[in-house]
Ligand binder design. Structure first.
Ligand code: X8Z
Ligand code: ZN
Length: 575
């Protein structure tokens, strides 16, 4: 193909993919907000058309040389090959089957219910999660944890076949397997990317181990040696959420004994009578304070903020730009909690990113890398400091600095506890896709990795017929997960750079960029780039660095690290 033909090919490819993507998004929106056999079929068909066309175009693009092409077109051709997390096998029956199974898995997960013995009604994931966050009865906690995890068994057959078909698609496109394809999205050699992830983990691991040791000792004090081992792994059902990924709900058991009371944001939000819409408005106001435009009217008309009473929906929070221009929407089952307050900021981060890169050609309408997409809203949420809450009228006066260890501990229970979880989900999936972990070992390998990286154990042995990874949304929903690990590190790197930009002196955990137009401009410049340049360029615009760095996170938590080390002087560290 001649150079001019290649340029023409890319333009046609972009137009066709935009069209199919929008159609698939619309079908997905209907399915995710109204799960029925009909909406499932329509969503699966639209997705099948999209992954089929993407595979076809990606293969075609590799058949010509990129010599003489503009840099822009070379980049587009490269991105085309790694555009979607799923590639259709060329056999149309297999492509349909793959799409059908992926769509079905999301539905099975979302319809999961369990009725605890002591309760009259079945509970959905949100209800079960509430029990895990509030109850301190180990028997009930274990029952509820097991009850939800039964959903994995139902997902397992689809998952096994999906791995097979997804790999077929990926190998047809020249990747060794789907995991290798996922690792090829980072403007670097896929093996170098895996090493980069390990480097970042090794830098933050000591902090995690300190937190783990402290939490274990305090849980042991509360629950006793029957429930919590003095030296081993933490029992997952005692940590406050379904996956042991965020331990913040266990804070009341873990709070520093002798510091001033910290900030209980849930109590404030409930006490002030905020509605779900108020929570979204509050998050929007943060973005407008930075100089971003208000969300479009259609956002308020078309979004879903609460779980509908009369139909099944996919409750897992997500942010959409349905027409890839400005049809922004939030789909979430908002509850009035600090956790959901943060998640609303997280999601609006996605929406403002989507809007900022909408001016780019279709193939560049993505974040610098997927960790950037996940990090933006969280970066904003790091600016939700006591001073900020005073500024917006949610708090009467800032909390006393003597309570900062409590504040930092709360944040660490969310952000530091998450690090090895963010790592493990895809370390497991990479090995599943490569065949290193065969289906017969799915569950055993899952718990082996959870134990190794997180020092977390299930309540009692789990058999091979169980499929516990299936009880985490992103596994049945086919959403790559390493992005969240990267985002967990990046958000502190971003926060540190933006705090400098606004001239914040003092500790990072008290710095807020609220109201700063300079910070907003710097952020805006990064978001607008989309994925038009390699991610180190975007990182440099935002932070001045060209490498992902854990220094922001480590600096943020330095006072806590010191405090934890003092607390741990007489207790064992590690598992
Ligand atoms: O899935 C999400 C967001 C949507 S992109 C709500 N998160 C991960 C999770 O819930 O497991 C945000 C943090 C990690
Ligand atoms: Zn997200």
């Amino acid at each position: 193909m001649a150079v001019s033909e290649m340029g023409e090919f890319l333009r046609r490819a972009e137009a066709r993919l935009l069209d199919l993507t929008v159609e698939s998004q619309k079908a997905d929106w209907v399915y995710d907000t109204y799960i029925t056999p009909d909406s499932e079929l329509l969503a699966a068909r639209a997705y099948s058309r999209l992954i089929g066309a993407t595979a076809e175009l990606a293969k075609e693009s590799t058949s010509f040389s990129t010599q003489g092409l503009s840099d822009v077109d070379v980049r587009k051709a490269k991105l085309l090959r790694v555009l979607l997390p799923l590639v259709a096998p060329s056999d149309p029956t297999e492509s349909e089957e793959l799409s059908r199974r992926v769509t079905a898995m999301r539905g099975i997960y979302s319809k999961g219910r369990y009725t605890p013995r002591s309760m009259p009604e079945p509970l959905d994931l949100q209800g079960l999660s509430r029990v895990l966050s509030e109850s301190r009865d180990p028997t009930l906690l274990e029952e509820v944890w097991r009850g939800w995890h039964a959903v994995g068994r139902e997902i397992r057959p689809d998952f096994v076949r999906y791995v097979e078909l997804a790999n077929r698609g990926a190998t047809e496109l020249g990747f060794s397997d789907t995991g290798a394809m996922w690792r090829s999205k980072y403007d670097m050699d896929p093996n170098a990317f895996a090493r980069e992830v390990d480097r970042l983990w090794s830098e933050v691991e000591p902090l995690y181990r300190s937190l783990h040791a402290y939490v274990r000792r305090r849980l042991l004090e509360h629950y006793g040696g029957d429930q919590v081992p003095a030296q081993g792994s933490l029992p997952i059902h005692l940590l406050g959420d379904m996956w042991g990924q965020s331990w913040e709900n266990a804070f009341p058991l873990l709070a520093p004994p002798s510091t001033a009371p910290d900030l209980n944001l849930t109590r404030i939000l409930v006490g002030r009578g905020l509605s779900p819409t108020d929570m979204v408005r509050t998050a929007e106001r943060f973005f407008t304070s930075l100089g971003f435009d208000p969300l479009p009217t259609t956002f308020w008309e078309r979004s879903m903020f609460v779980r509908p009473r009369d139909r099944e929906v996919v409750c897992h929070a997500s942010a959409w730009d349905v027409d890839y221009v400005d049809d922004l929407r939030l789909k979430m089952c908002i509850e009035i909690t600090a956790d959901d307050f943060m998640t609303v900021h997280h999601e609006l981060g996605h929406n403002y990113y989507q809007r900022a890169y909408a001016g780019q050609p279709f193939l560049f309408r993505e974040s610098a890398h997927d960790g950037f997409h996940e990090a933006i809203g969280d970066t904003i949420a790091l600016s939700v400091t006591p001073e900020y809450l005073v500024q917006i009228g949610l708090l009467d006066r800032p909390t006393d600095p003597s309570g900062d260890i409590g504040l930092l501990l709360r944040r660490a229970l969310e952000k530091v506890a998450f690090l090895p979880f963010g790592l493990v989900v895809d370390k497991w999936r990479w090995d599943v896709f490569s065949g290193e972990i065969p289906p017969s070992e799915y569950n055993a390998a899952w718990w082996e990795m959870r134990q190794r990286y997180q020092g977390i154990a299930p309540p009692g042995p789990r058999g091979d017929e169980e499929f516990d990874p299936g009880a985490k949304f992103h596994v049945p929903a086919n959403v790559p997960y390493m992005r969240y690990f990267l985002a967990d590190i990046l958000q502190f790197q971003f926060h540190r750079a933006l705090a400098r930009e606004v001239g914040a002196s003092g500790p990072l955990h008290r710095a807020s960029i609220y109201g700063s137009k300079e910070a907003g401009r710097r952020l805006g410049r990064t978001l607008e780039m989309g994925t038009s340049r390699e991610w180190p360029d975007a990182l440099e615009v935002l932070t001045g660095d060209r490498r992902m760095e854990s220094k922001g996170l480590l600096e943020y938590f330095a006072p806590l690290q010191q405090w934890l080390d003092e607390q741990n002087r007489t207790s064992p560290v590690g598992w």
